[in-house]
Design a protein around this ligand. Structure first.
Ligand SMILES: [Zn+2]
Length: 395
């Protein structure tokens, strides 16, 4: 296991990526834009004195010149709120509880799933296979309408601890298959890179581990496209056009699974996820009272720093979400629950500002956590975007 440190002990890494674009303030009366030709840039010779004092910086990607005056990046950045509408501003536990209730209600509405009613029937057993120390069952559970979610259950033969854990996959794992060592060989390299072994770590501790396929991965691709890469973008495009969202549907399905697990008399139901699975674990933890403890690995940064730059998958995007909350606000909903965050000091998903952006989100959440006499448990680990398992002792 890589060495991990608690907050403020380790140095901040400023990941350097992308390009900086200076603001443009040309006079409209001067018609003083850039005349662009492939491979070279020149200013308009008829520009007024006022306009020529302004600095214009264009950027080049593989010989393709991009003028920041012509694209909408600055518009997007300027419209992202410094303080989202639903940030917690109270000073008492009573105010917090009121804020949490109304914020959760609003976010379920924003995600497009507030009015959806999950199915209730018992899961169907598909198959079972015996391994030396555990039995692997495969089930499917009806989640909504005629939609079913397949999942594995890893059940220890001898050292069961009476607890259940839901292990959520991110990208590059062949959905649930990689977490149980059953992935297509084209995923093997990614499995090693990301250290996707948390389902087995939980199993070794005695957990009965539930490993679902999230929408768009594993057995849950649309069946339209020839390749098998995650289809978050395609699915989210369709769902948001219908008033739903991919992350909302993933949350709804995971809550349905947790509700079912809660009928099985485990002493705890815990949840673990890395990367995109970390995002879904965060949502499940804040929205579902069935969940006791959660580890969010490789997914706690700001929307502003990351989502349009280096975390571009459709599973991250929910209409209107940025107006209401950032990730620290979502984490703040868990102020009195056991949730553990880990990240790598070289994790490029954290964006240009690296850990600085992570700490800002942690500080937002801490405003709520402090009401309960605690801080967000955060481990900063030495390395890149991967599962570290730095909080497994808490499980
Ligand atoms: Zn995705």
């Amino acid at each position: 296991m890589k060495k991990c440190k608690t907050r403020f002990i380790c140095s901040t890494l400023a990941t350097v990526m992308g390009v900086s674009i200076l603001s443009v303030g040309m006079s409209t009366s001067a018609d003083a834009g850039l005349l662009m030709n492939r491979g070279k840039t020149k200013t308009n010779v008829e520009a007024t004195t006022e306009s020529t004092t302004n600095e214009v910086t264009s950027v080049t990607y593989d010989g393709h010149i991009v003028n920041p005056r012509y694209n909408i990046l600055n518009f997007i950045k300027e419209n992202m709120p410094d303080v989202p509408e639903l940030r917690f501003t109270g000073n008492t536990v009573e105010e917090y509880e009121k804020w949490r209730e109304s914020t959760k209600e609003k976010l379920m509405e924003v995600m497009g799933v507030a009015d959806l009613v999950p199915a209730e029937s018992a899961p169907n057993l598909i198959e079972s296979e015996e391994f030396p120390t555990y039995i692997r069952y495969k089930y499917e559970i009806n989640t909504i309408d005629d939609l079913y979610m397949p999942y594995y259950v890893l059940k220890p033969k001898t050292n069961g601890n009476g607890k259940a854990a839901i292990a959520l996959h991110g990208h590059g794992s062949d959905g649930k298959e990689g977490l149980v060592g059953n992935e297509n060989e084209s995923y093997t390299e990614g499995m090693q890179q990301y250290h996707y072994d948390y389902a087995f770590q939980l199993l070794e501790k005695g957990y009965t581990v539930y490993v679902p396929d999230l929408l768009g991965a594993g057995e849950r691709t649309l069946g339209i496209y020839a390749n098998t890469t995650a289809e978050c973008n395609d699915i989210n495009n369709a769902l948001t056009s219908l008033g739903y969202s991919l992350q909302g549907m993933i949350l709804l399905e995971n809550m349905r699974l947790a509700d079912y697990i809660a009928t099985l008399n485990y002493t705890e139901i815990n949840c673990v996820g890395f990367s995109g699975g970390g995002q879904s674990a965060l949502w499940l933890s804040v929205m579902d009272d069935n969940i006791d403890k959660t580890i969010v690995s490789g997914f706690l940064h700001s929307y502003k720093d990351t989502l349009i730059y280096n975390n571009r998958c459709g599973c991250n995007f929910v209409p209107d979400m940025w107006k209401y909350v950032d990730m620290g606000d979502i984490l703040a909903l868990d102020a009195d629950k056991d949730i553990y965050i880990e990240t790598g000091n070289e994790d490029q998903l954290n964006g240009d500002r690296g850990l600085e952006g992570v700490y800002e989100q942690i500080d937002i959440a801490n405003k709520a956590f402090e009401l309960f006499g605690r801080e967000v448990p955060l481990n900063v680990c030495d390395g890149a975007h991967q599962w570290y398992g730095s909080w497994m002792d808490e499980f």
